[in-house]
Design a binder for this molecule. Structure first.
Ligand SMILES: Cc1cc2nc3c(=O)[nH]c(=O)nc-3n(C[C@H](O)[C@H](O)[C@H](O)COP(=O)(O)OP(=O)(O)OC[C@H]3O[C@@H](n4cnc5c(N)ncnc54)[C@H](O)[C@@H]3O)c2cc1C
Length: 457
C-alpha cells in the first residue's frame, strides 16, 4: 500500500444529493467514506450564484431551491444546524406559446381540482411507489407501464393539462413516458407540498449552505474522476479505485496539476448518473452493461440572466398551444422564473433530441426574451445579460414501458451488491431531493450496511 492510499469502508462515486447524503448517513453510523466528485463542489444540481457587485453577495439559487417539508429534510438540516423556513410557491403563471406569442387560456380551477383528486386516488392504488422501484409488484400493473397520455384519457385527467405541463416541464416528453415515472415524480409527498404543506428552504436562501457544512466531516476528492477500478470480483481484498484529481497549486502563477490517489474500499457506492459512459471505468460485465445501456435521457439547462422589464412575481412558461399536451417546440426556454433580486431571472432550457452547446443555450435564452417582449407588446424589456449557465444533463433517466414490464427494475435491484457495488441517486427513485435521500437510506439499510457488517477487517 502506498503512503497516499486511502483506506475506507465505502468509496462513493458522485457527490450530488445522493452521494453527499450517503456520506452523512454512513459517517453517522461510524463508517469511513471517501467521495470522488467530478465537479468542484458537493451537491450536484444545487447551484448558487453570488456576485459582490451585482447582488452584494446575496446568494441566488438556480438549481435546487424548494424542498418538501418532510422529516428526512428537517432532520439532516437540523443535524448540520442549517435553519429552514417555510415558503409557498404562489407566483402568478403566464402560459403562452413562445413560438407564436399566443397565450393559453387556463383551464377552469374546478376542472383541475377534480382531476387532481382523481389522480390522487389513482396514486393511492400504488403504495409501493413511495420509495424506489424495488417493491414494484409482479406483474407491474398495466397502468404504470402505459404512456401517461393514455392514462389521462382512460381516467379523464384532461384537467391536469396546465398543471402537469408546468410541473413536469423539465422532465422531457412526459406524456409519452410510462406512467410509472409521472407517478414517481408527482407522488403523494410532492402533491401534499404543492397543495397543502408548502415547502422549506434554508433561511439564508442559500441551498449550498448544507454542502458547506458537509465538507467539514468527509474525505472529499473534488475535480476528480475514477481512472480504473480493480478487484471488484475478489472477495478477500478491498476494491481498488484509482482516482485522478486536478488540483491548482497554491503558488504564483497558479498551475494545474493532476494528482493520482488510490482508494481501497470494502464497498463501492455509485451515486452518479448510471449511464454506460460513466460506468465503463468500473469494468462492467455483460449483465451490468445490458441494463445500463437501456436508459434514455433528455437535456436540461438552467441559467441566470439580468433583464429589466419582466413582470414581477410571475412565472413565464412556454406551452405549445397547438400540441395536444401543450409540449413546447424544443430546444427552447421552458420557463422564466423570478428570484429574490427583481432584475435577476432564472431560466430553464430543455432539449429532447440533442445536447446543446453553451452558445446554443444562450441563443435559446435570447429567443425566449424576444418572445416575452412580443408577449408584453414591446414594453421595456432589455436585452438579457447572461450571468451563469449550468448544464444539468443527463437528467431523468427512463426506460421503455416494455422494459419495465419485462422486469427491468427487479433486475436493476438485483444488481445491488453485485461485485461489491451498490447504486443510488434520482435514477433509483425520482428527481426530488427528499425522495433521493429516502431511497439512499433504503439502499444503505437493505443492502450496503448488511454487507459492511458481514465483512471483517
Ligand atoms: C435545475 C434543477 C432544479 C431542481 N430543483 C429542485 C428543488 O427545488 N427541490 C428538489 O427537491 N429537487 C430539485 N431538483 C432535483 C434534485 O436536484 C435531484 O433529484 C437530485 O440532485 C438528484 O441527486 P443525484 O445525487 O441523483 O444526482 P446529482 O445531484 O446530479 O449528483 C450526481 C453527482 O455525480 C457527479 N458525477 C457525475 N459523473 C461523475 C463521475 N463520472 N465521477 C464522479 N462524479 C460524477 C456530478 O458532478 C454530481 O455532483 C432539481 C434538479 C434540477 C436539475
Amino acid at each position: 500500500m502506498s503512503l497516499s492510499d486511502l483506506l475506507v469502508d465505502t468509496c462513493i462515486i458522485g457527490g450530488g444529493a445522493a452521494g453527499a447524503y450517503a456520506a452523512y448517513r454512513l459517517h453517522q453510523l461510524n463508517h469511513t467514506v471517501a467521495i470522488v466528485e467530478r465537479g468542484p463542489h458537493l451537491g450536484g444540481h444545487t447551484v448558487t450564484y453570488r456576485d459582490p457587485i451585482l447582488t452584494n453577495n446575496q446568494p441566488i439559487d438556480y438549481g435546487v431551491t424548494w424542498l418538501q417539508n418532510l422529516p428526512v429534510i428537517r432532520d439532516a438540516f437540523a443535524h448540520y444546524n442549517v435553519p429552514l423556513i417555510k415558503e409557498k410557491i404562489d407566483y402568478a403563471i403566464d402560459m403562452f406559446d413562445f413560438t407564436t406569442g399566443k397565450p393559453l387560456t387556463p383551464l377552469p380551477a374546478n376542472e383541475t381540482t377534480a382531476a387532481l383528486d382523481r389522480y390522487s386516488t389513482l396514486l393511492d392504488q400504488h403504495p409501493y411507489l413511495a420509495t424506489g422501484f424495488e417493491d414494484l409488484p409482479d406483474p407491474v400493473p398495466d397502468d404504470l407501464v402505459a404512456p401517461f397520455s393514455h392514462i389521462m384519457d382512460k381516467y379523464h385527467l384532461g384537467g391536469l393539462l396546465d398543471t402537469f405541463s408546468s410541473w413536469l416541464s423539465g422532465l422531457g416528453e412526459w406524456p409519452d413516458y410510462p406512467t410509472l415515472y409521472v407517478m414517481k415524480y408527482v407522488g403523494t409527498d410532492y402533491l401534499a407540498g404543492r397543495l397543502q404543506l408548502g415547502w422549506v428552504r434554508p433561511k439564508s436562501h442559500d441551498a449550498s449552505e448544507m454542502e458547506q457544512e458537509l465538507r467539514q466531516s468527509q474525505t472529499l476528492l473534488f475535480n476528480s474522476s475514477v481512472v480504473q477500478v480493480d478487484a471488484r470480483d475478489c472477495t478477500v481484498d478491498r476494491v481498488v479505485v484509482d482516482v485522478a484529481s486536478t488540483v491548482d497549486e497554491t503558488r504564483r502563477p497558479i498551475i494545474t496539476i493532476t494528482r493520482r490517489r488510490r482508494i481501497r474500499a470494502k464497498t463501492l457506492l455509485f451515486a452518479a448518473p448510471p449511464l454506460p459512459d460513466n460506468l465503463e471505468v468500473l469494468g462492467l460485465d455483460e449483465r451490468e452493461r445490458a441494463l445500463f445501456r437501456q436508459f434514455k435521457d433528455p437535456w436540461f439547462y438552467t441559467a441566470l440572466i439580468r433583464v429589466d422589464g419582466f413582470p414581477d412575481s410571475t412565472f413565464l412558461e412556454n406551452h405549445g398551444k397547438d400540441h395536444p399536451f401543450h409540449r413546447p417546440r424544443l430546444p427552447a426556454v421552458l420557463a422564466f422564473r423570478p428570484t429574490d433580486v427583481s432584475t435577476i431571472v432564472r431560466v430553464t432550457v430543455g432539449s429532447t433530441t440533442r445536447g446543446l452547446s453553451e452558445a446554443e443555450v444562450e441563443d435559446c435564452i435570447r429567443a425566449g426574451v424576444d418572445s416575452v417582449r412580443r408577449r408584453l407588446g414591446g414594453g421595456n424589456v432589455s436585452d438579457p445579460e447572461i450571468l451563469a449557465v449550468r448544464d444539468h444533463s443527463p437528467y431523468t433517466l427512463t426506460v421503455s414501458g416494455a422494459a419495465i414490464a419485462a422486469g427491468f427494475y427487479w433486475q436493476l435491484s438485483a444488481l445491488q451488491g453485485h461485485r461489491r457495488t451498490y447504486y443510488t441517486g434520482a435514477t433509483f427513485d425520482t428527481h426530488h431531493m427528499p425522495q433521493v435521500w429516502v431511497v439512499t437510506d433504503q439502499v444503505l439499510q437493505r443492502h450496503l450496511l448488511p454487507a459492511l457488517r458481514g465483512l471483517r477487517g
